[in-house]
Design a protein around this ligand. Structure first.
Ligand code: 2AL
Length: 235
């Protein structure tokens, strides 16, 4: 099967990291095609960035037909719209990570990038998991594109994760950015609890759904959008 993994930001170095995480878990019969969005922000760290990332995500979904699709940004931008466009199942990395974390303990804490992205993570937790399962969302104050450049990233994520486990009485950590996809093993080893990377979780969730022969219901809300005239770049 072919799984499309869309990096909703336009930074190719980050797509390479995302691709490694997806390929590391994909089964032998699964081809992972990781693509970088061709329009929008270099990183997604605000509601504005998130809104401007959506046309690029939808263009990638349209240009790269696949058996299933992963949206690899922790705000899950454009998830519902992509479900209307794609034939196969579409899973967001926050959605996958939070569902997986809920299977692994009584409550999880999210460790994310900037403080201003915490609200979106809380909103998504309210949508995806029962009340009380997401115990806290904590920022390590590292901008997305610094995750690759700052040599102190692992130590800072470990420190924030330890403090989050204590403050929230949680027992699982969710990494709140696709740019942290290289960190789950090392952070888990140092902190001593399961650490979930949404890129890997979403890839395997999509692979499972495709293997089960399951896809988005086209019965109602997620039917293809009604044909009409669109004006401008998105047309
Ligand atoms: C993200 C992410 O996963 N990709 C990106 O550009 N921004 N998430 C975040 N919390 O900063």
């Amino acid at each position: 099967m072919r799984i499309l993994v869309v990096n909703p930001n336009t930074t190719a170095e980050m797509t390479a990291k995302i691709e490694l995480s997806a390929r590391a878990v994909a089964g032998p019969g699964t081809h992972v095609e990781a693509v970088t969005s061709t329009m929008g922000p270099a990183s997604i760290e605000s509601h504005y960035d998130e809104a401007l990332s959506v046309p690029g995500i939808l263009a990638a979904v349209r240009a790269h037909p696949a058996d299933g699709t992963v949206i690899a940004c922790f705000g899950d931008p454009g998830l519902e719209a992509a479900r209307e466009l794609a034939d196969g199942p579409v899973v967001g990395i926050a959605e996958a990570a939070m569902h997986a974390a809920a299977l692994l303990g009584r409550g999880f804490s999210v460790v994310t990038t900037l403080d201003r992205t915490r609200g979106r993570a809380w909103d998504l937790a309210g949508r995806y998991v029962a009340a009380g399962v997401c115990r806290g969302v904590h920022a390590c104050d590292i901008p997305v594109l610094e995750l690759d450049r700052d040599p102190t990233v692992t130590d800072r994520v470990v420190a924030v994760a330890r403090a989050a486990l204590a403050a929230d009485s949680s027992d699982v950590i969710v990494l709140g950015c696709a740019g942290m996809a290289d960190l789950p093993a090392v952070v888990s080893k140092r902190v001593g609890v399961p650490v979930v990377d949404g890129v890997a979780a979403a890839t395997l969730l999509v692979q499972s759904l495709v293997t089960l022969g399951l896809s988005t219901s086209k019965h109602g809300e997620f039917a293809p959008p009604p044909p009409k005239r669109y004006t401008g770049l998105i047309g």
